[in-house]
Design a protein around this ligand. Sequence first.
Ligand code: ADP
Length: 237
Amino acid sequence: MKKDGVKLFVDGKRLDGRELDELRPIKMEVGVLKRADGSAYLEWGENKIIAACYGPREVHPRHMEEADKAIVRVRYNMAPFSVPDRKRPGPDRRSHEISKVTKEALESVVLTHLYPKTVVDVFIEVLQANAGTRCAGITAAALAMADAGIPMRDLISSCAAGKIEGKVAVDMMGAEDNFGDADLPLAISPQKKEVTLLQMDGNFTRKEFEEAFNMAMKGCLDVYEIQKQALLKKYEV
Ligand code: ADP
């Protein structure tokens, strides 16, 4: 929420010099971990994230397995050193929530019926955080899954939009997230533009919501292009 005295625009530009519809710089690389079946490293502004994927493999504990399909398990974790004040290690309410919504965002594109009684395990490790880590984590996780060769009918791409000092803007960074008015993370399967995650924190008018949704959608499609490049790069000779 907005706190008195914090200015989020300087000379009409955002604090990091961006326009309202401009994403932070994004870099992605796949196949960064030897021991995972698939992996990805992603830098998104000051966010730094590693994702690893294993599977389809045997389910432990056994009682979690499903007779007719694979299950998808996601663990989102923030390193203690990922934020300015040390984060208490281990799971908390926030990481449980993000793991749950991430699993739901990713699972919808996996052809789970092909691998009954198995699990696709996805680990998202946030090494450095500066707002938007759920979107960055989902984006990295989808890449790691594709890198692992998990059969999927599409990738998943994610990006948020928000409201800062009453103006709708894409991809909020730390200060904007802390002192802004609203945040709208979105994840889509880009080919059909189906929404697989939509959350909202703060308040938008209906018109602002539509504007933010469209901005986040455009952000997701830009992210999708970078994901495709990262995957193609692995197979360049
Ligand atoms: P997201 O990272 O998806 O935007 P939140 O809105 O919950 O998720 O968090 C916003 C940002 O707040 C995070 O990206 C991170 O920079 C910061 N943050 C989250 N948890 C903590 C924490 N325990 N200590 C310090 N900063 C945190």
